[in-house]
Write a protein that binds this ligand. Structure first.
Ligand code: FRU
Length: 496
């Protein structure tokens, strides 16, 4: 640890303790989601199961609630239920990363945790920071215990990337096949002019984890956004899949609704041996308002698990998170198990989270065409709902759930719709309005509801809708024919 990180460390601990001491009565603090101790959180980073412990790092700006200089905050857990806050593990303390320890990944081999990330540097002077003025260094630091990290190594600088790439290249994710290591990075390639820059993913390969060569580029035929962030490439159930976050794709109702997207392409070509891989048919991973920059990892049983950031960049003017007034902002999604079937990715809450079920508070078969009474009572602010055996009468569109006053989820004309309605909707959604997606048939729904977040999984995870919300009261009412079970959920346990 150098002098710069020592100074940062003291200041951060002081800031976190001040926040704790204030003992703010903050009803939006979540019960079973990872939040920043204070200040701002964005992408999950370095997700890994290493020596019997899960590491969940995250983009952390402790000093600024609206985001600023990025550090890697760090939680550890053995079971995804009981957590220890380790503190900041990686600081922007070197000339290669002095303006931010940006996103990256973990790779495990020989009992060592290899952390690859982007060291962000912004040069002084007159720059647009796209074509000039920004350095994105590919960095490595290694740990044997998951807590102490080696001297940082700068593996690639701007001069080592292809010449047709702007200054925007970042977020290395590393994996291995046969005896070769691969790294994917998100990139913004020069277009014919600044308005036509091209998002793509660069694949690098290496024999020793340190010396990397650009060997392949994954791209679309027509431009699909100007920048692709946070790539992740893995094989699941026999299918190669590239997750990435394109920016600059035209928003289309019920298809691409968020300002920046997060989703996946199927790769049906040999990226290990071919220089140019064309992909098409992008599928959005989560159709709600708040999902971005996800990363996957393997859990202790070898299941592919995904965690996302429960927000989208540059949405401050679109919707407001009411937690800002309390000195913090954003959280991660729950860990979700992924599977690939029917040509699609499915996601469902990680099985360990079933341990959060404290007691069953409601179970009934319901068949009525009037709105039910409130099914939640005693001020329960985190709960899980399981709905199945849904019978839809297409003539009267008889399926609706009111998740608190002002927020409605319904199935209508082959669309699943999540909508903040009326004046109450405006307040509790912080400016969010409506999201929808085509759905051939509605079979079942599972909702993980926390104090200020909702994660809705439809048809065993065929669709997901994730959103923050700030309810005036916790209530849950239904209209339609279905079986419904509701559990009160307990909280993650954090060390002091
Ligand atoms: C995605 C992102 C990444 C970058 C990080 C910086 O949200 O922009 O591309 O590494 O956030 O915090």
């Amino acid at each position: 640890m150098n002098l710069v990180s020592k100074i940062f460390k003291e200041a951060i601990i002081q800031k976190e303790n001040e926040y704790l001491k204030k003992n703010i009565k903050d009803k939006w603090r979540l019960n079973f989601h990872i939040m920043p101790p204070v200040g701002w959180l964005n992408d999950p980073n370095g997700l890994s199961y290493f020596k019997g412990i899960y590491n969940i790092f995250f983009q952390y700006s402790p000093f600024e609630t609206e985001g600023g200089l990025k550090f890697w905050g760090h939680y550890q857990t053995k079971d995804l239920i009981n957590y220890k806050y380790v503190g900041v593990s990686i600081y922007p303390d070197e000339k290669y990363d002095c303006h931010g320890v940006y996103s990256g990944s973990a790779f495990i081999e020989d009992d060592k945790l290899y952390i690859y990330y982007t060291g962000n540097v912004k040069l002084l002077g007159k720059h647009d920071y796209i074509e000039s003025g920004r350095e994105a260094n590919t960095m490595l630091t290694v740990s044997e215990d998951g807590i102490n990290f080696s001297e940082k190594e700068c593996l690639m600088k701007m001069k080592d990337y292809p010449k047709d790439i702007t200054n925007h290249i970042r977020d290395p994710k590393v994996f291995k096949y046969d005896d070769i290591y691969y790294m994917v990075q998100g990139a913004r390639k020069y277009g014919i002019d600044r308005n036509n820059d091209i998002g793509e993913v660069l694949v690098f390969s290496s024999k020793d984890k340190r010396k990397w060569t650009h060997t392949s580029t994954i791209h679309t035929k027509d431009i699909f956004g100007y920048m692709w962030e946070c790539p992740d490439l893995f094989n699941l159930d026999g299918q190669d899949i590239l997750i990435t976050c394109p920016q600059g794709v035209k928003q289309v109702e019920s298809i691409y609704e968020n300002i920046y997207l997060s989703g996946y392409f199927l790769i049906n070509d040999d990226y290990k041996n071919k220089e140019s891989i064309e992909v098409n048919n992008f599928t959005v991973l989560d159709r709600g308002f708040d999902f971005y920059a996800p990363q996957t990892f393997l859990d202790e049983n070898g299941n592919r698990v995904i965690i996302g950031w429960m927000s989208v960049p540059d949405t401050e003017d679109i919707h407001k998170n009411l937690t800002v007034d309390y000195g913090w902002q954003h959280c991660l999604t729950i860990p979700r198990e992924l599977s690939f079937k029917n040509g699609k990715l499915y996601q469902k809450p990680h099985r360990n989270l079933e341990k959060l079920r404290e007691k069953k508070i409601f179970e009934n078969k319901y068949s009525n065409n009037t709105l039910s009474d409130n099914l939640i009572y005693n001020d329960i602010n985190s709960y899980e709902v399981i709905i199945d055996n849904i019978k839809i009468d297409n003539n009267i569109n008889n399926f609706e759930i009111l998740i608190s006053k002002g927020l409605c989820a319904k199935y209508k004309d082959n669309k699943f719709i999540l909508e903040f309605v009326g004046d109450t909707g405006k307040t509790i959604g912080g400016g969010r309005n409506k999201r929808s997606a085509h759905l051939e048939e509605l079979k079942n729904i599972r909702i993980m509801a926390d104090t200020s977040s909702l994660e809705i999984f439809i048809n065993d995870g065929e669709l997901a809708f994730t959103t923050r919300y700030y309810p005036l009261e916790y209530s849950f009412k239904i209209l339609g024919e279905m079986n419904i079970t509701i559990y009160k959920l307990s909280s993650f346990k954090f060390n002091p």
